[in-house]
Design a protein around this ligand. Structure first.
Ligand SMILES: [Zn+2]
Ligand SMILES: [Zn+2]
Length: 183
């Protein structure tokens, strides 16, 4: 079964499978039953668990249910503090990321990475080859952000394990960034 999915500026299609659930249940916002629904992190006062991607992409779930996804406000505050390369990110970018972009499931809260004044594009769990081929620039960026040696964190890394490494690509300069999260 192939379900049509909307495109997201900050979320690669290949990373969506991890936050989608095949179900005949209706979207809790528009009642449509596309055959699969987003079941990743959803924040807000209303308890919402399943949404169609169209209601996320259009901003309808944010407007009508007050739902938000990645906790970008906090992520931005934390990130901009210690990473000067992140630049200045506009409120529009934060709104698109928090209210019209799916989040990803991780051990802790789904942090977003920023570069060149914009949000990075989420690529899901870094692959073994992403990690093995990480540039000197990417490794240095990681070590500045986390204060731990790259080699120590990536030793024996396998995707979807207890040691989570997520990939974000800068939309402007192409820099590949890695976020680290463990249980
Ligand atoms: Zn919907
Ligand atoms: Zn950049």
């Amino acid at each position: 079964m192939t379900v049509r999915r909307p495109a997201f500026k900050y979320f690669e299609p290949c990373a969506l499978d991890a936050v989608m659930t095949a179900t005949d249940a209706p979207c809790e916002c528009c009642n449509a039953s596309p055959g699969e629904l987003y079941s990743g992190p959803i924040f807000g006062l209303r308890d919402v668990e399943l949404l169609c991607l169209d209601c996320i992409a259009s901003g309808r779930a944010a407007r009508e249910l007050g739902s938000s996804f990645a906790d970008v406000g906090t992520a931005w505050e934390v990130h901009s503090d210690f990473d000067r390369e992140a630049g200045d990110v506009t409120a529009e970018v934060l709104a698109e990321l928090g209210e019209r972009t799916p989040a990803y499931s991780s051990w802790q809260s789904p942090v977003w990475l920023f570069h060149c004044g914009d949000g990075g594009v989420f690529h899901g769990d870094a692959s073994e080859s992403d990690v093995a081929k990480a540039s000197t620039e990417s490794r240095a960026h990681f070590e500045r952000n986390f204060g731990v040696p790259w080699a120590e964190v990536t030793d024996g890394y396998t995707p979807s394990g207890h040691n989570g490494i997520y990939r974000f690509d800068c939309r402007n300069c192409g820099m590949v960034m890695f976020h680290w999260d463990c249980d």
